[in-house]
Write a protein that binds this ligand. Structure first.
Ligand SMILES: O=C(O)C(=O)C[C@H](O)[C@H](O)COP(=O)(O)O
Length: 204
């Protein structure tokens, strides 16, 4: 199993996926990997999410993680499905401890300095800044991150192809998360093109 730093630095964008139809899981994963985005965050927002994770794991080159992991029960379920990383919208001590014990790369959501300090207490230093734009955008992350030079971030929530470069230019931002690369109902070729565009983003 790899570490969360490696997951966050494989590509500039981690696609956040909501899979409604299990039949689309493999084509979506193939398109994203072909476009240059190997790390896939499958949210536990739909009934078929765990099956989608297992299906996507068969795609060569795909590094499949789970998002929307809200509890230790969710964590156990996604570990059974064989995820390679775990993302949550927030951080609780229970979930943070369980993820550490499971030894799985873990990217918990934070929105405040206190959240970051809770994470640091648990031995965590890589966080999802969520919801990034609604929480005040890049100016807010700059201010919140400033005292925590050891912390690294994946801002997620409201980020687009157009806004990603400025987020990525922040020295503590390793990647961004976003659902724009796999819009609902998009065909595989569209997703591959959106992924290729996202994979080519450079900080500016
Ligand atoms: O489901 C979760 O666990 C989340 O944390 C939410 C997602 O990360 C955001 O909804 C993605 O944001 P958009 O790119 O603006 O769509």
């Amino acid at each position: 199993m790899t570490d969360i730093y490696s997951i966050m630095t494989m590509a500039p964008v981690i696609p956040v996926l909501v899979i409604d139809d299990l039949d689309t899981a493999i084509p979506i994963a193939e398109a994203l990997v072909a476009g240059g985005l190997p790390c896939l965050e499958v949210t536990l927002r739909t009934p078929c999410a765990l099956d989608a994770i297992e299906a996507m794991k068969t795609v060569p080159g795909a590094i499949v993680g789970a998002g929307t992991v809200l509890s230790t029960k969710d964590l156990e379920a996604v570990m059974r499905a064989g995820v390679e990383f775990v993302v949550s919208p927030g951080l609780t001590e229970n979930l943070g401890r369980a993820a550490r014990e499971a030894g799985v790369p873990f990217l918990p959501g934070i929105a405040t300095s206190a959240d970051i300090m809770t994470g640091l207490d648990l031995g965590l230093s890589h966080f999802k800044f969520f919801p990034a734009e609604a929480n005040g955008g890049l100016p807010a992350l700059k201010a919140i991150a400033a005292p925590f030079g050891m912390a690294k971030f994946c801002p997620t929530g409201g980020i687009t192809l157009e806004s990603a470069p400025k987020w990525l230019a922040h020295p503590q931002v390793l990647c961004v998360g976003g659902s724009w690369v796999a819009p609902k109902g998009a065909d595989a070729e569209t997703i591959r093109m959106l992924a290729a565009e996202a994979a080519a983003i450079t900080p500016s």
